[in-house]
Design a protein around this ligand. Structure first.
Ligand code: PA5
Length: 697
């Protein structure tokens, strides 16, 4: 007999398992028995039959990485589809890839998300099916019906063909679509109709022959693809092949029309776990028949309910029967179990509810969107202003810059450090400057309003140590103080929120520092990249990356990961912009440090805080070991079923890549504000706190 291969297919939206499938694809849900995910159970079930090296996974990009991480499957055993397109292309693709190496090999096609009680019986059935496949049959496992199901297709069994492993393999007369209730009852009574399990067994060469005979589009696509096997051109060719292939199921496209079809009637406790009722059936416990996943329940007079929670939530059930209660970070389902089939309608109803951006823009009463749109111009204008400043020669000759500033102004110091990697730039967000600074230091006081008490106090503290100093603000006490003391001061336009004047603060300083011999590299490139991004991210531009990201983060607590020295401050800016614009919590952390602490927090994150959303900010300038760390962290997250998003900087240089990420974050935070129902501009709590402080001299 040819070698045996298990090909696990994963796809489908799992809409009837809403809202759990919003968080995790169905194969990763913990319904495989003994706390295992469905795909792990599928994998372990077939391992003794084929061995670890001959288990392959077919899934679309994105999903395939998640599932492979769950199984620890090496890349060579992954067959990545460019996008999901039903089972016929997936089967054809696997048969092409594996059959090109071993045409007479036998393929078990296994959906990733079925449950099987008697695993020995299952493996015996597959072995028996392989015997029939060896003789050229296309074999399907036919489940002996236990009730007149209307939710499955049926196979009508014909005369017996052969016997193996204690099973009788029958010719399959025909495949029939899901019947109505009356027909299903007839099928049950006749005894030779079996549920179509979607588990198939055939030789690679045979299924490819049948695809050639019945699916001309797929056949032609596979034929073209063959010459790209193992080459760099594979991905592009595959995308094209998938675009051309028929997006049909293997049942409909081949099994219903092919010759030499066989079926093995089996009854090993099969369930495709299609909805919450099916899940309850295989997991109810105790005399009251309640089933619980994740939740800690207290039950009083409650029977036949299912409770599922992604977080370790306490759920009380009082006087209820036959319910499914399904909790996820962003959504909650409460339904009667006997209506579980209709949950798909709920999933679709929500999916159809796209945000009405036109309405949401009206929340932006103070015009933050417009200010963000003009950010590239603001930077350009500011650079010209800075370059036109003639700072006294006496300021030059410093070996260090200390920037004192808070909040939206303080970030200027971090970004100066990023833009001027050759100069030591320290940002002080405090009332005092460090004791080690002296005359070699250029002290820069940055306060948009000019009135921030920590900044003013630290500036005065710094002035005791160095007389190389400079102030920048839109006015306020800082301007007065500089005038009184004869310190150079640069004025920037009034009327902005401090965080929205970052271009004025940063680029004015960059321009001015050029005159003192500090020139940032790649400034022009950075400005050009920002201008392109403004076109791409403005309201009404669709699709809009920033809006998509905001939608993905809605209702979550974002944790933004940057890299020390480059995107670390950008991650911090995302966090503070999300705080101030979107009025919600957000946190940031830096690589590599987070590999020494935060990573441990992943252990219980899924159970305790499933609502966190991690975002990696990446650039091509990350240290190679840091880049490797990011890859490993992503893998660790995937293995724990924890989601993340990764965004890459644009352009070539460090500054362009970092600022492009900053700008994306600014847009995202404003869109998130609108999704949160908030006007992005006012920051009432900051103003209130400042007022209270002002009352206490
Ligand atoms: O964004 C804000 O409004 C704050 O973070 C301010 O920037 C912060 O309070 C410091 O004020 P200023 O920038 O005027 O010095």
């Amino acid at each position: 007999m040819g070698d045996l291969y298990a090909v696990i297919l994963a796809g489908g939206k799992g809409e009837r398992l809403w809202p759990a499938t919003l968080e995790r694809p169905k194969p990763l849900l913990p319904f495989g028995g003994q706390g295992r995910s469905l795909i792990r159970a599928t994998y372990e079930r077939v391992l003794p039959l084929v061995g670890g090296e001959r288990v392959y996974l077919v899934a679309a990009r994105g999903l395939s990485e998640l599932l492979a991480a769950e199984l620890g499957l090496p890349e060579g055993q992954l067959i990545v589809e460019p996008f999901g397109k039903n089972t016929a292309p997936a089967v054809g693709l696997a048969a092409l890839v594996l059959g090109s190496r071993d045409p007479e090999g036998i393929m078990f096609v296994l959906p990733a998300d079925h449950r099987i009680e008697d695993e020995d019986a299952f493996r015996r059935a597959l072995r028996a099916a392989a015997r029939a496949a060896e003789e050229g049959y296309l074999v399907t496992l036919g489940i002996r019906p236990t009730y007149p199901a209307t939710g499955y297709g049926y196979i009508e069994g014909g005369e017996p063909l052969l016997e193996a492993e204690g099973y009788v393999i029958h010719r399959a007369r025909r495949f029939v679509e899901k019947p109505d209730r009356k027909t299903a009852e007839e099928y049950l009574a006749r005894g030779n109709f079996f549920w179509n399990s979607g588990i198939f067994i055939w030789k690679f060469s045979r299924i490819l022959e049948e695809i050639d005979a019945h699916l001309p589009g797929l056949s032609a696509a596979l034929a073209r693809l063959r010459s790209h096997l193992g080459k760099d051109t594979w991905e592009a060719a595959l995308r094209e092949a998938y675009a051309r292939a028929e997006g049909t199921s293997i049942d409909y496209g081949v099994m219903e029309v092919a010759e030499r079809i066989a079926t093995i009637p089996v009854s090993f406790g099969w369930n495709d776990l299609g909805d919450w009722h099916a899940i309850w059936e295989v997991s109810r416990e105790g005399p009251d028949g309640n089933a619980r996943f994740g939740a800690e329940t207290a039950e009083v007079d409650a029977k036949g309910n299912l409770v599922f929670s992604l977080a370790r939530k306490r759920v009380g059930l009082l006087g209820v029967e036959g319910l499914a209660v399904v909790d996820s970070p962003g959504a909650l389902l409460v339904t009667r179990r006997d209506r579980a089939q209709e949950v798909r309608d709920i999933a679709r109803a929500f999916a159809a509810r796209e945000p009405d951006w036109g309405e949401l823009y009206k929340l932006d009463a103070h015009g933050m969107l417009r200010v963000i749109e003009r950010f590239p111009e603001q930077c350009r204008e500011a650079l010209a202003r800075g370059r036109s400043e003639a700072l006294p020669r006496g300021l030059s000759g410093f070996t260090r810059i200390v920037v004192v500033g808070m909040g939206g102004s303080g970030i200027t110091g971090d970004l100066l450090a990023l833009a001027l990697p050759e100069v030591e730039v320290i940002t002080v967000r405090d009332y005092r400057v460090p004791g080690f600074i002296g005359k070699e230091t250029l002290l820069i006081g940055v306060s948009y309003s000019g009135n921030t008490e920590e900044t003013l106090t630290a500036f005065l503290d710094g002035l005791r140590r160095t007389d190389r100093a400079l102030g920048i603000s839109s006015g306020g006490r800082l301007a007065e103080l500089c005038r009184e003391r004869g310190i150079p001061w640069i004025g920037i336009p009034q009327g902005f929120q401090p965080r929205a004047a970052l271009g004025h603060l940063l680029f004015t300083l960059l321009g001015a520092l050029e005159g003192l011999g500090c020139e940032a590299a790649d400034v022009d490139e950075a400005l050009a990249v920002l201008a392109d991004m403004a076109d791409e991210l403005v309201p009404d531009r669709s699709p809009n990356r920033a809006q998509e990201l905001a939608t993905a983060l809605r209702g979550r607590i974002p944790v933004i990961y940057g890299v020390t020295g480059i995107t670390g401050p950008i991650a911090f800016r995302w966090r503070t912009q999300i705080n101030e614009n979107a009025k919600q919590p957000a946190f940031s952390a830096e690589l590599p440090e987070l590999c020494h602490n935060e990573i441990v927090g992943y252990e219980l994150a899924g159970e305790l805080f499933p609502g966190l959303a991690r975002v990696f900010l990446r650039t091509a300038h990350d240290h190679p070991r840091v880049a490797l760390r990011a890859e490993i962290l992503k893998d660790v997250l995937r293995r724990r079923g924890l989601g993340f998003v990764e965004v890459w900087g644009e352009g070539e240089g460090r500054l362009a890549q970092a600022l492009s990420l900053l700008y994306l974050g600014d847009w995202l935070s404003v869109y998130l504000a609108l999704l949160n129902g908030a006007d992005p501009t006012p920051v009432v709590p900051i103003a209130e706190l400042k007022e209270r402080l002002a009352r206490e001299p």
